[in-house]
Design a binder for this molecule. Structure first.
Ligand SMILES: [Zn+2]
Length: 215
């Protein structure tokens, strides 16, 4: 009985793939006055990994170290190989604005002769994106401005390709979070503070849990 129970619990554990953005073929990412996107994404990813493991979720990262370069195609392939219930991609934005936004592929895109993701992945990503966005908006209310739920096509790369490269190659639901605008002084101060980082990790965890519990 014990071994059967053990097997059952292993079979029901869900895997979430956390993708800390950059460095990739797109580059090293943006930077603030006192921090870098690659550094913030790595730190939040590691904290989120620990947080989700406490919930009994298997978590894998797409990189083994902060400065490891991984292409966006490869990042998607890592999530695919793990049959992840969700791939959550962590980035920071650069703009004149402030706040967080959640992106999902709303239609297939094409890059390097490959078109994707499938309609099934598009539907699942849309559902996951909505759940991640609403949980984050609730958690971050009063702390980080909500810039809404958006589609890949609303990004520079997505506008050209139809979807982000990481989405095109994804066979699992994929969402990308621009956690803050790192070039905004207030946003940078928030994400550099211990309490701000903890709040962001809680918001992301709430989003991931909402998305994977729906499955
Ligand atoms: Zn980025």
């Amino acid at each position: 009985m014990l071994s059967l129970l053990g097997l059952a619990s292993v079979a029901s554990a869900q895997t979430v793939c956390i993708d800390p953005g950059h460095p990739s073929e797109v580059g090293i990412g943006t930077q603030g006055k006192r921090s870098t996107e690659v550094g913030i994404a790595w730190q939040i990813a590691k904290a989120l990994q620990m947080r989700l493991r406490r919930e009994g979720i298997d978590v894998l990262l797409t990189k083994q170290s902060q400065r490891e370069k991984v292409t966006n195609r490869r990042r998607a392939e890592i999530a695919n190989a793990a049959h992840a219930a969700l791939m959550i991609r962590l980035h920071c934005d650069a703009s004149n604005g402030s706040g967080f936004a959640v992106y999902y592929p709303a239609k297939p895109g094409t890059t390097a002769g490959v078109t994707g993701p499938s309609q099934e992945v598009i539907e699942a990503s849309k559902r996951a994106g909505g759940l991640v966005h609403s949980a984050m908006a609730k958690s971050l209310k009063g702390s980080v401005r909500d810039n809404g739920l958006k589609t890949d096509a609303q990004t520079a790369v997505g506008a050209k390709q139809g979807a982000l490269t990481g989405s095109i190659f994804s066979q699992v639901p994929a969402v990308l979070v621009e956690m803050v605008v790192l070039t905004n002084r207030k946003d940078e101060a928030f994400i550099l503070s211990k309490s701000g980082r903890a709040k962001m990790v809680e918001a992301l965890a709430a989003g991931v849990l909402a998305a994977v519990k729906q499955k």
